[in-house]
Write a protein that binds this ligand. Sequence first.
Ligand code: 1PX
Length: 229
Amino acid sequence: SRLCRGRDFQIHRVLTAFNSAVTGEREILLERYLEGWDELVKFLESLGTVIGFISQEVKGKLGVVRELRRGAPATEEEEEGGDPYRTLRSMMAHELRAGLVDFRRQSLSGCRTLLRLHRALHWLQLFLRAVGRSSAGDSMGALCSVAYNQALAPYHSWLLRQAVGVALVALPDRAEFFRIVCGEEEEEEEKGEREREGRQLLERTVLAITRVYNITQEAYQANGMLDLP
Ligand code: 1PX
């Protein structure tokens, strides 16, 4: 109901977080980036238990980056900026310098962890764009799996891909999806207005996510880190 919406997912918080994650120097502020993901986790959690392993996975990755951030003392070169995990580029520089990034085997770095979130953001970008262009009756599961096959499946094992296939069956239908994104409806005549607003918000969110995605992609590319195991 409306009364408890404060604790629920609000797409404008995703928009605000990802918009304010980008600075004038095209830096990505990690705290804002992670906050954007916190809000997406709320959406996942509202979908129930079948999707539960996906939100656990995301929360795990967010936790790893935050843990590394807490544990990192500022070194001399970084002293000026203070926190080496303040931005994506400062994290990359710090972890490379500290020898935390392993290019050959799996390691516990912020760089490899955030790369997983980055790929998931690619999925989200494709999915939300498809949702925005969809019409009544389109299957969310189908839109979701087209985006999944393009953005994430290439990095997942056969077994995981099967599990994801099962989870997608539990997705809400399109009307329910728009209700979650656009807000609850009381008055029938408000409905058209609300859907228009919701679509606009969705479009702006896709743009914000795309901008963050592109800058992040450039940074990973520049450091040769797009394939970190
Ligand atoms: C306004 C609408 C908002 C919708 C928000 C939905 C955000 C969902 C984001 C999905 C995040 C997936 C994270 C995947 C990270 C990953 O690839 N991890 C794998 C590799 O990690 P590792 O440390 O081993 O290298 C890990 O093995 C994967 C675990 C399971 C994740 C399965 C991902 C499935 C993505 C499909 C999305 C379905 C969500 C539907 C929501 C509408």
